[in-house]
Design a protein around this ligand. Structure first.
Ligand code: FES
Length: 163
């Protein structure tokens, strides 16, 4: 029996196992941030999104033309809320007379960002990416701005599209 062959095979097996472990750890790290609306709402903490999301009326109605609509009263001025429309996680930022809606998906590796009202920034918990109030990248690894969805506020309603 060739003992060198067995040693080499054992070495290769251990190396492959170690490499698989490292890949799994890297995968877990890369996907460590929130990836669902439920997770985003649950960790809202000081950002207040969980409270806002829990309020009634935050489920947008889909209109015949494919746009979405929610009551402007559902979110207080200065607050943010987590929404979902068309399967897309969204963050609504309510201003005095209008609202802005952004896709909450970080442009780096897809974690869900959250709105920090105190600093007026979007923060990504995964790798520290930050975006300004217009969704433009301030720092960190995100390669592009957050996508903002067209929004109109009139008659006590906030109407938006996700296309
Ligand atoms: S996923 Fe990496 S900074 Fe957001």
């Amino acid at each position: 029996m060739d003992t060198n062959f067995l040693d080499r095979r054992s070495f290769l097996l251990l190396s492959a196992t170690g490499a698989a472990g490292c890949l799994y750890a890297a995968f877990r790290f890369a996907r460590s941030g929130p990836r669902s609306l439920a997770a985003l709402s649950a960790q809202a903490g000081p950002f207040g999104m969980g409270d806002a999301a829990a309020k009634a009326g935050l489920v947008p109605a889909r209109l015949a033309d494919g746009s979405y609509e929610i009551s402007a009263d559902a979110v207080e001025v200065g607050q943010s809320a987590v929404l979902a429309a068309g399967g897309i996680p969204l963050l609504l930022i309510r201003g005095e007379k209008s609202a802005r809606i952004f896709n909450a998906t970080c442009t780096h590796l897809g974690c869900l960002v959250r709105w920090d009202a105190a600093s007026q920034r979007f923060l990504c918990p995964c790798h520290g990416g930050t975006y300004d109030a217009d969704g433009k990248v301030i720092s960190g690894p995100p390669p592009a701005a957050l996508l903002e969805h067209k929004t109109e506020t009139a008659g006590g309603k906030i109407r938006f599209t996700v296309a």
